[in-house]
Design a protein around this ligand. Structure first.
Ligand code: 2HA
Ligand code: ZN
Length: 268
């Protein structure tokens, strides 16, 4: 028996997570247990799920997150591999219920797999998204090689320098990542500082670059969040290829960027 049985909506969400987990591994962005994914699945929760007994003791989140009252999340498991999650999502992740105090959670299905080490930052982000009335349900953290490499250079950590460079490599990047790439100076992984800095940047960006670590992206579903990271990293690859060929790429001109921004009705 699985919580996914006879629940096509919920099963689809988890299948999408598994599909994206496979992509992260294939791209080389998910070494060992690297990266994590959480999805707010509350809209798929029925009375039978609400009545399901916990299969773990209540555990502290580390924050009190008032907007998460009554919410349920599918979370990648801590220390689990994306490449394993791709095949067995309910053995390498679990569904959790936020308790009414909004400070604790419990695991309800299918197995007592402890959620990701980045759970406090993921849940704080979901709390923030709900608070601002966003329809975003998914957050993805991963280690895309070329974007992380760029984060080792101070020049690309200045506000919107990387965004403008990456947008100018290929028209699709601004079209499909219209809010650009926010930058977060290095912070200890899993720390509250990292969570707070991420939330601050998500006011202006859907994708943030954690210096010398990875990216954190949010969107309506896990596939859309992955796509935003993928188009940015594709641009980074094009930039690096040009540099490897021995020249600095011209990039699209300001006029070409303006023309496209108007034609596709993108934010300025
Ligand atoms: O979950 O990537 O930042 C493993 C990580 C932590
Ligand atoms: Zn990480």
């Amino acid at each position: 028996m699985s919580i996914l049985d006879n629940r096509p909506g919920l099963a689809h969400e988890v299948e999408q997570v598994a599909e994206v987990a496979g992509y992260l591994w294939q791209k080389g962005w998910a070494e060992r247990n690297g990266g994590n994914i959480t999805v707010n699945v509350t809209e798929h929760v029925d009375d039978a799920i609400r009545a399901m007994p916990a299969i773990s003791e209540p555990r502290p989140i580390g924050f009190t997150l008032p907007n998460l009252k009554g919410c349920y999340f599918y979370c990648k498991g801590t220390n689990k591999r994306m490449r394993d999650l791709a095949r067995w999502p309910m053995e390498n992740g679990s569904v959790i219920r936020i308790l009414d105090d909004c400070a604790h959670y419990e695991i309800i299905a299918d197995n007592p797999v402890a959620p990701t080490s980045e759970l406090p930052s993921h849940l704080a982000v979901h709390n923030y998204l709900i608070g601002k009335g966003s329809n975003y349900k998914a957050s993805v953290h991963t280690h895309p090689i070329e974007l992380v490499a760029m984060s080792h250079c101070k020049k690309y950590l200045e506000k919107d320098v990387a965004t403008r460079l990456l947008w100018s490599m290929i028209p699709e990047t601004k079209a499909f990542c219209p809010r650009g790439l926010g930058i977060i100076p290095y912070k200890l992984p899993s720390s509250n500082d990292l969570a707070e800095a991420t939330i601050k940047e998500l006011g202006d960006y859907d994708v943030t670059l954690w210096e010398k670590h990875g990216v954190f992206a949010v969107d309506t579903d896990v596939m859309a969040a992955f796509d935003q990271i993928d188009v940015l990293n594709k641009s980074a690859l094009i930039y690096i290829q040009a540099k490897n060929m021995g020249f600095e790429p011209d990039g699209m001109s300001d006029e070409q960027m303006r023309e496209m921004t108007v034609a596709f009705n993108l934010p300025k």
